[in-house]
Every structure is written in structure tokens, then in C-alpha cells.
Design a protein around this ligand. Structure first.
Ligand code: ADP
Length: 212
């Protein structure tokens, strides 16, 4: 570490940002196989939170793999670095008062554990999107399973690279058998239970419908 780096003492603290936002910040770390519903669910939840006036941001392959992590591939080492960078980035967003949602396969337990270590216990919610490989392959949203089976993609999670199921996620969502609406509802519930949403929950149904 460079000893010449001096930290400035910010007067605008996380607490003040949270007060202004009327909700706490947190990271929802979605993990699961490709096609299990991480992005769909993260964006659907974000939509609901946004309509309630929440400050949110979804990190997914689209906005991270091309830029911040554009130099990384899919080897175990690169995946590890990919997850590390996303973790650090999410941490900054949490400091900034945002509800950060990350949608990455993040297949390795160790990498997820390392990310978890960056956060205080209350700031990290691991969301396991539980969906069988058969269903993910049937969905094949991006046609990647077909290409992986044809040998065109190496190190493909679930086919030629392992997915290590989370042992103790804060929440496990059955994205195979439940509707998207039910899954979003379960996530909203956990945010309410954990006191993240504070005043946001008090918005009326009416104000929700006009925002769309
Ligand atoms: P991932 O981000 O995990 O790779 P995607 O969100 O891109 O997965 O794709 C998941 C697919 O599964 C989408 O086509 C989505 O419409 C469908 N799907 C069906 N049920 C659900 C559910 N309960 N939650 C999330 N996605 C679902």
C-alpha cells in the first residue's frame, strides 16, 4: 500500500446520505447459474425500489464486463479479480448511500466470502437464485449453453466450470418455480425486515402507479 495516500475526512457521511435518501444502503449480491434470473430479478426489484423513491444501481455483465473489467476473461483467476473489483465498487456505492444490486454468477464460495468480508454484516445480503441447470439450459436466454455444449465456450459455469452453491445465503429464491412477482416480493420483504427501507415503505400505492 502507498503510504503517501492521505484520506480526507468527509463531512458528508454515509449516515447523512441515508437520512437524505430516507433509506439505508446495502448490497444485494445475486448469485446463481447463467439464466437463473439474477439480472431479471435485480432489475425488477430496482424498478420497485425506484418507484418508491429509492437510490439504486444494478451492476451486471453489461455495464462492468465492457469497462471496469474489460481486461478480464473467464479463467478462475480472472473471475476472482472480476468479483473482487465488483465487490470494491459495490462497497463505494454503499458508502454513497445507494442500494447496490450486483448480478454476477460469482460461482466460487471463496470469492463470495472475500467480498462478504469487505462489508459489515448488515450491509451484505447474499441472494441465491436457485434454478436447476436443466431449466437454465432450457431458457438459454443468451444462447450460451448451446455454444458451451458445442465446445465453443470454455470454462462455462455449470457445464465445464463448477458452480459452488452458497451454504448460508441471507436469502434463497426459487427462480425456477416462482413467478418474478413473487420473487421480487420476497426480496422487498427481507429489505423491510432488515429495516433498510425506513420511510420508503410508507409511500402509497397511488404514488407507485403514477411513476410508471
Ligand atoms: P441471469 O442474469 O441469471 O443470467 P437472466 O435474468 O438473464 O439470468 O435470465 C433469466 C430468464 O429467466 C429470463 O428470461 C426471465 O424472464 C426468466 N425467468 C422466469 N422466471 C423467473 C423468475 N422467477 N425470476 C427471474 N427470472 C425468471
Amino acid at each position: 500500500m502507498d503510504n503517501n495516500i492521505v484520506w480526507h475526512c468527509a463531512t458528508v457521511t454515509r449516515e447523512r446520505r441515508e437520512k437524505l435518501n430516507q433509506h439505508k444502503s446495502v448490497v444485494l449480491w445475486f448469485t446463481g447459474l447463467s439464466g437463473s434470473g439474477k439480472s431479471t430479478l435485480a432489475h425488477a426489484l430496482e424498478e420497485q425500489l425506484h418507484q418508491r423513491g429509492g437510490r439504486t444501481y444494478v451492476f451486471d455483465g453489461d455495464n462492468v464486463r465492457h469497462g471496469l473489467c474489460g481486461d478480464l476473461g473467464f479463467s478462475a483467476e480472472d473471475r476472482k479479480e472480476n468479483i473482487r473489483r465488483i465487490g470494491e465498487m459495490a462497497k463505494l456505492f454503499v458508502e454513497a448511500g445507494v442500494i447496490a444490486l450486483t448480478a454476477f454468477i460469482s460461482p466460487f464460495t471463496d470469492d463470495r466470502k472475500n467480498v462478504r468480508k469487505l462489508f459489515a454484516d448488515d450491509d451484505f445480503i447474499e441472494v441465491y437464485c436457485h434454478c436447476s441447470i436443466e431449466e437454465c439450459e432450457r431458457r438459454d436466454v443468451k444462447g450460451l449453453y448451446k455454444r458451451a455444449r458445442a465446445g465453443e465456450i470454455s470454462d462455462f459455469t455449470g457445464i465445464s466450470s463448477p458452480y459452488e452453491v452458497p451454504e448460508n445465503p441471507e436469502i434463497s429464491i426459487d427462480t425456477e418455480n416462482s413467478t418474478l412477482e413473487v420473487c421480487v416480493e420476497q426480496l422487498l420483504e427481507i429489505l423491510v425486515e432488515r429495516g433498510i427501507l425506513l420511510q420508503l415503505t410508507r409511500k402509497s400505492e397511488e404514488s407507485l402507479s403514477v411513476a410508471h
